[in-house]
Design a protein around this ligand. Structure first.
Ligand code: PMV
Length: 325
């Protein structure tokens, strides 16, 4: 047992994970596909010690009792597998706004899975780490790898894993992140929102029917290096996910007026032959898939939109890893 620090980058889904098949095992109802981003980094230190009398979770320098439960869920899986009972002190720092729809749970649980398993003396393969991270947060499985990553729905806990998808696009793409409303806390956490959509949205069945088709289109675009095809399916898939949420009863609407203004800007950029396709998650921010050549132009344009409080440009990020032990 020791103290280990791991680093993971968040990822943004191009084909979204939105719905669970099994809540207890956190099995996704369908596959998903993402891009890991180097601008959104979480660093997490896990220290198991028989001297600690309870688990403690510190997030961005402050004690976070509300988030402790989910962290403990993952620590318990690691303890059971390693055959230890020691309590852990966990400290996690997000180098971007937390819990605002910027996928901090993805980088957070990926870094936690790596740091906790290494600190407990386990030697897990990357695939095993994706399965462990998934049990903390579905999207976290994808943050174990860099670049483009495919999550498999699987039939059992061992077949719901993530793996990297090689593509000639990986060095040619950029993600421009437009922060809407200053990174305020999100209204509905993805876990509850997914359940609410599955239970009440008349569009949920259509959504689940769409995802495998969108994955096939996205994977073909990655294989052939077709950025326009990838962007087109990513934007359509994000809009389908949000349509499902908007149609749930009562409705879940993540968008702000500024979100729609950014979407209009993205369409105008495309009409001017700029590579730009939008995607949104469980929050008001807009992430724009673009090319390395057009990234600065897209970023400058989105900075002009009233209500956009920050704009970041990110390249593809690396796999999660241990940084010190
Ligand atoms: O991993 P979770 O439970 O936070 O769910 C992530 C959901 C979305 O970000 C909206 C979509 C995705 O695939 O990342």
């Amino acid at each position: 047992m020791s103290s280990v620090t791991a680093r993971a980058c968040a990822n943004i889904a191009l084909v979204k994970y939105w719905g669970k098949r099994d809540a207890a095992l956190n099995l996704p109802a369908a596959g998903s596909l993402s891009l890991t981003l180097d601008a959104l980094v979480t660093e997490t230190t896990v220290d198991f010690s028989s001297a600690h009398d309870s688990d403690v979770f510190v997030l961005d320098g402050k004690s976070a009792p509300r988030e402790l439960g989910r962290t403990q869920g993952l620590l318990d899986l690691v303890r059971a597998r390693a055959g230890i009972t020691a309590r852990a002190h966990v400290s996690s720092t997000n180098h971007f706004p937390t819990a605002s729809g910027l996928a901090s749970s993805a980088s957070g649980f990926a870094a936690l899975a790596i740091a906790a398993s290494a600190a407990a003396g386990l030697e897990l393969s990357p695939r095993e780490l994706t399965i462990l991270a998934r049990q903390g947060s579905g999207s976290a499985a994808r943050s174990i790898f860099g670049g483009f990553v495919r999550m498999h729905a699987g039939d059992t806990t061992d077949t719901a894993y993530a793996e990297p998808v090689p593509s000639p696009l990986v060095d040619r793409v950029r993600m421009v992140i437009a922060i809407v409303g200053g990174g305020a806390p999100k209204t509905h956490g993805s876990r509850d929102a997914m359940e609410h959509c599955a239970d009440t949205s008349p569009l949920y069945a259509g959504w689940l029917d769409t995802v495998p088709k969108d994955l096939a289109v996205a994977e073909r675009a990655l294989a052939t290096g077709d950025l326009a095809a990838l962007g087109t399916i990513a934007e359509a898939n994000a809009l389908a996910m949000h349509a499902t949420a908007i149609a749930s009863r009562p409705a879940i609407i993540y968008w702000q007026p500024t979100t729609l203004a950014v979407l209009a800007h993205v369409r105008a950029l495309r009409a001017a032959n700029v590579a730009a396709w939008a995607t949104m998650d469980a929050g008001p921010h807009v992430k724009v898939l673009t090319s390395v050549d057009d990234a600065n132009r897209v970023a400058a344009s989105l900075r002009e939109v009233a209500g956009v409080t920050d704009v970041m440009v990110s390249a593809s990020g690396p796999a999660a890893s241990v940084v010190s032990r």
